[in-house]
Write a protein that binds this ligand. Structure first.
Ligand SMILES: [Zn+2]
Length: 206
């Protein structure tokens, strides 16, 4: 696993921090994911993972954590960006923010577009889940694809279908749900299943 730089071009439509009280729910889940090593820290205090929620039903706009954020501390206001649209052919993400939106913004956009009932998408990295996915009968992508690319987004869509949890081959996982609590708790449930029964208290709910 290497450093996740932003691969697409971002067009920042204007520089501002998105305002939405649901951002506090992302803050909560960023802490829980960090505490459970679901978004491990790599170099320079950067967490590997990104969390988002859909702003309005029927639209594909979403608020997502920015690139190169550390979930080991309270996320500041400028740690979030709003993505309006994506152009997959040109590799462009249209956003509002003080910083670049997450490197996996195209993945989130593609999922919101194909699953209208999904309002929350959490992407993280977990060696434990990658090691155990087959015994847990989790769906896995067929082919490893470079992070931050439309190819990775389409690879995930190919197996996501009606599933709410997908393992991304040699990479990480994506958990989707109608609410952030469901996306987060769905991931914690998988961790509990890995650790149980002998060590069923390993997942830390804050
Ligand atoms: Zn990733």
């Amino acid at each position: 696993m290497s450093f996740h730089a932003v691969k697409f071009q971002t067009k920042i439509l204007y520089r501002a921090t998105p305002q939405d009280k649901r951002i506090d729910e992302i803050r909560k889940w960023a802490k829980i994911f960090h505490a459970n090593n679901l978004t491990p820290i790599i170099e320079s205090n950067i967490s590997c993972g990104n969390l988002s929620f859909r702003i309005n039903p029927g639209e594909n706009k979403f608020i997502i954590t920015c690139s190169q954020m550390g979930f080991n501390k309270e996320l500041s206001e400028d740690a979030f960006a709003q993505v309006f649209d994506c152009n997959f052919e040109q590799g462009v993400v249209f956003a509002l923010g003080e910083r670049e939106p997450s490197s996996e913004s195209m993945l989130h956009f593609a999922i919101y577009k194909s699953r209208p009932e999904v309002n929350a998408i959490f992407h993280g990295h977990s060696a434990k889940i990658l090691e155990n996915y087959s015994s847990l009968k989790l769906v896995e992508t067929v082919k490893e694809q470079p992070y931050g690319t439309p190819e990775l987004a389409f690879e995930v869509l190919d197996v996501l279908k009606d599933n709410n949890f997908v393992v991304m081959k040699n990479h990480g996982f994506v958990s989707v749900a109608e609410t952030m609590d469901e996306a987060g708790n769905g991931t914690l449930k998988i961790l509990f299943d890995i650790y149980s029964p002998s060590n069923s208290t390993s997942a830390k709910v804050l």
